[in-house]
Design a protein around this ligand. Structure first.
Ligand code: M6R
Length: 611
């Protein structure tokens, strides 16, 4: 989950690396650093904290930052070793001949470190990464590529790395196994990074490395080999995200911008995919033939965090509309519980980044067990998208805020389109399918309508911003949304929040209710509303203040709740979308009122590429 960027070309190096790091900062922000070649030596500058702090130090240490050189940079999310100056990347070997930045975990680093220390290597950090620099140095006999390949062969674990050497000032060597690396191909320049947001302002032509690839990157060429140094061919791909998509565009935070762009994100997700005439969804990326579609016996959705919550909504869709038994697996647990996979089981991996290590492991396990596997990813060319081979892109544009917002909305819509398509291959009646498809087409308008409630939500958020605990309750399609609402609040405002099925509250958690613990009740007018009104009464009787979401025009809810967020009327299938947007805004305004670091909450990183 660290961010890596490297540059070889004629642009001013510092600017290019720092811009790249800023775009990648959402991947980790415990510390950052750069290394570059200056007068035939490697110079390293690093700092604890965010990229802005690093930039300050660089400006103090370097008088003229306008020079060109070959360099690498890193923004860290700590795994081995506390966030500190000595543990910040880049890391050097003992002689200062090689500098390495790394994303991933080297599992056998302790054993390697012991061996290297016995040979006299002096270690300067507690990180697993440092062994890579020492190994390369020990194995170097004049051929940079050979030394890197030989070093990588000794590593167990995962890595995305970029390495420079003072003996080869015109090149960067990058390699991947389990952690993404993408190379941006420019005119007389190359930029290597752990994801495309660091390079889209320079080029849209990219090469994605596969596992075990090693790339020798010079300003005019990229030579890709496998770990045995045999040349391999990787295609040049074109990225259609525009650079502006990775900017805040006038909003105070990426999160707010991404909340507000959900209507257009959904437009992009559904574009060309709704066919009213045929009463189905066109999802050609799935690539399943009608026989395969009709024979799916059960579905397992594997995902983590917000994507898992979207999967829980999907579970209702597939069972309700398509009649296919569906379960949601927390991806980290999936392969350790010996899941029952039949030949006709479909495993759907849902992941915004397409890089979440646990979800990727679930994909691999499912393939090994012979399941049909499909991915729902946002990041084009991501590992999960490529390894599943079959799937649907969200086309939601880059999601930079660590708190996932528009990805959830687009994942839910995608799962709904899938359920309609699968349903049409079995029991879903044409008329009902058309109703759902028309409702999907109406979602962008519903989102715009929902966003009009922002000032009222802000008012309510300010009122409750001092709380220490909160419960979110929902039923049916709004149960997963209760889980998601609680996750949003805790991750960006650091308020302890729990999401519960409304009926479950009285089986224990109700003991915690009192006047300082508000309950956010999702009481929109969908099946189950009467029951949630009773659950709200139960909470009110324990003196909890109630904040409710309700359908415009509903007068019953306001008789029980202290504060009501009114949302547009819609079917239960799309209620999760309008409701989650209200909860995203609520969390955002609470966190802002508390002065929290909204786009980069403490201890978190955007994509979790370690298990
Ligand atoms: O990239 P993914 O969708 O696989 O990420 C999964 C989770 O790490 C992610 O949704 C996380 O829970 C978010 N920070 C939630 O806002």
């Amino acid at each position: 989950m660290c961010g890596i960027v490297g540059y070889v070309g004629n642009r001013p190096l510092i600017d290019t690396l720092i811009n790249g790091l800023k775009r990648l900062e959402y991947r980790g922000y415990d510390s950052s650093g750069i290394a570059f070649i200056e007068n035939n030596e490697i110079r390293v500058i690093k700092e604890v904290g965010k990229v802005a702090t690093l930039l300050k130090t660089i400006s103090q240490e370097i008088e003229n930052t306008e020079f060109s050189a070959t360099g690498i940079a890193h923004t860290r999310w700590a795994t081995h070793g506390e966030p500190s100056h000595r543990n910040s990347h880049p890391h050097l070997d003992s002689k200062g001949n090689f500098a390495v930045v790394h994303n991933g975990i080297i599992e056998n680093y302790a054993a390697l470190k012991g061996q290297l220390m016995a040979k006299g290597c002096k270690f300067n950090s507690d990180t697993d990464t440092e062994v890579i620099a020492h190994l390369i140095s020990e194995l170097y006999e004049g051929d940079f590529l050979k030394a890197v390949a030989a070093a990588l062969k000794q590593l167990n674990g995962t890595y995305g790395i970029a390495v420079i050497s003072k003996f080869h000032p015109d090149m960067i060597i990058a390699a991947r196994k389990g952690s993404p690396i993408v190379i941006g191909v420019g005119n007389e320049e190359m930029i290597v990074a752990s994801d495309i947001s660091a390079l889209i302002s320079y080029t849209r032509k990219v090469i994605y490395l596969d596992d075990n690839d090693i790339a020798v990157i010079k300003k005019n060429e990229v030579d890709i080999r496998n770990i045995d140094i045999i040349p391999v061919n990787r295609e040049l791909a074109h990225v259609d995200w525009d650079a502006g998509a990775a900017e805040k565009g006038g909003f105070d935070h990426f999160m707010l911008k991404e909340i507000y762009e959900q209507d257009s994100a959904v437009v992009n997700t559904i574009r060309g995919r709704i066919n009213i005439e045929e009463a189905t969804a066109i999802l050609s990326g799935l690539g399943f033939n009608p026989r395969e579609l009709a024979s799916i016996s059960n579905i397992i959705i594997a995902a983590c965090g917000t994507s898992m919550h979207a999967g829980l909504v999907g579970e209702y869709f597939f069972e309700d509309l398509a009649g296919i038994p569906t379960e949601v697996a927390q991806a980290a647990e999936f392969r350790y519980r010996n899941p029952i996979i039949r030949p006709d089981t479909l495993v759907i991996a849902v992941s915004q980044s397409g890089e979440t290590a646990d979800t990727l492991a679930a994909v691999r396990e499912s393939k090994n067990k012979g399941a049909l596997v499909a991915g729902i990813c946002n990041v084009v060319g991501s590992t999960i998208a490529r390894e599943t081979g079959s799937g649907i892109y969200l086309h939601a544009g880059p999601e930079i805020g660590v708190a996932s917002t528009k990805a959830f909305t687009c994942q839910v819509i995608t799962l709904l389109m899938m359920a309609v398509k699968f349903g049409r291959s079995r029991r879903l009646a044409r008329n009902r399918a058309i109703e759902v498809l028309e409702e999907i087409q109406n979602v962008p308008a519903l989102i715009k309508e929902t966003l009009k409630s922002a000032p009222e939500i802000e008012r309510i958020a300010k009122k409750y911003s001092g709380i220490d605990n909160a419960f979110y309750i929902g039923r049916g399609y709004l149960y997963p949304v209760a889980l998601e609402g609680a996750l949003k609040l805790k991750e960006i405002s650091y308020i302890h929040a729990e999401g519960y099925h409304a009926a479950e509250l009285k089986h224990g958690p109700i003991a915690l209710l009192e006047e300082k613990v508000p309950v956010i009740a999702l009481a929109n007018d969908i099946p189950g509303k009467d029951k949630i009104l009773s659950n709200m009464q139960e909470c009110k009787a324990r003196k909890s203040p109630i904040i409710a979401t309700a359908t415009i025009g509903d007068l019953e809810v306001q008789n029980i709740a202290n504060d009501v967020i009114y949302l547009p009327r819609c079917s239960e299938y799309v209620t999760p979308i309008v409701t989650v947007i209200a909860l995203q805004l609520f969390s955002y305004y609470v966190a802002r009122e508390r002065g929290c670091s909204i786009d980069q909450p403490r201890n978190l990183a955007k994509s979790v590429t370690v298990e």
